[in-house]
Design a protein around this ligand. Structure first.
Ligand SMILES: Cc1cc2nc3c(=O)[nH]c(=O)nc-3n(C[C@H](O)[C@H](O)[C@H](O)COP(=O)(O)O)c2cc1C
Length: 205
């Protein structure tokens, strides 16, 4: 299913077409495509080029590993994510490598790398669904995530499927309209809360 963003101004095709389905096909992800999305993450910018990110992969056929990652998800995510062929635990280094002091932008940098991954996946015809709903401490313990590293999200990656394959309770959300705030609510100039003059008569509603 396609659910392209209804944009006021044209944006890159892979940004417009990205959305977060819950209906995943069990079709495996080709190794080349998986390597490509990880390579995209690799080339993200980061403060001091620290690259403070790590990805723990779990492919569906690697049953013990996959079940372990599935097992840390909250129930409402596990119910649909179990069909995804790949789950990825994303982890940020929240300390500077050299000084060991807190890196305020470590999670931001992980987010940028993961956006690269997600957009590259879209460009390859794959779908992604990021999840914050999981037990962080259980993930840390199960996957031996070291001190100074923070599990942040789990990403489901694969090919989307027909919404009809979802449990009935989830179908409505799958087809509901995608919504976004207008630019006026978050693009300011001069003073917090004052929309930038750039937006005047831009029709950003
Ligand atoms: C950091 C993050 C955490 C999220 N956590 C969840 C989650 O736990 N469960 C879920 O179903 N969706 C989750 N989502 C998906 C969002 O609900 C989704 O991106 C948002 O509703 C916008 O929809 P779209 O991605 O289809 O444009 C998360 C997305 C992000 C970026």
């Amino acid at each position: 299913m396609e659910k392209p963003a209804e944009t006021n101004t044209p944006i890159h095709d892979s940004l417009a077409r990205r959305w977060s389905p819950r209906a995943f096909s069990e079709r495996p992800v080709e190794r080349e495509k998986l390597l490509s999305v990880l390579e995209a993450a690799r080339w993200a910018p980061s403060s001091r080029n620290e690259q403070p990110w790590a990805y723990l992969l779990a492919a569906r056929e690697d049953i013990a590993n996959f079940d372990a990652l599935l097992g840390v998800l909250v129930d409402s995510n596990r119910v649909w994510a179990q069909k995804a062929p790949i789950l990825i635990l994303t982890v940020a280094h929240t300390r500077w490598q050299k000084e060991g002091t807190p890196n305020r932008v470590g999670i931001y940098d992980l987010g940028q790398a993961t956006t690269n991954l997600v957009v590259q996946a879209t460009s390859l015809g794959l779908s992604t669904h990021q999840m914050g709903g999981f037990n962080v401490e259980a993930a840390r313990a199960r996957f031996h995530v070291p001190e100074g590293w923070e599990p942040v999200t789990v990403v489901a990656l694969g090919y989307s499927a027909d919404p009809e394959t979802l449990p009935e309770a989830l179908r409505g959300r799958e087809i509901e309209k995608r919504r976004r705030k207008p630019l006026e609510e978050f693009v300011f100039s001069g003073t917090w809360g004052i929309p930038s003059p750039l937006l005047e008569s831009n029709g950003n509603k």
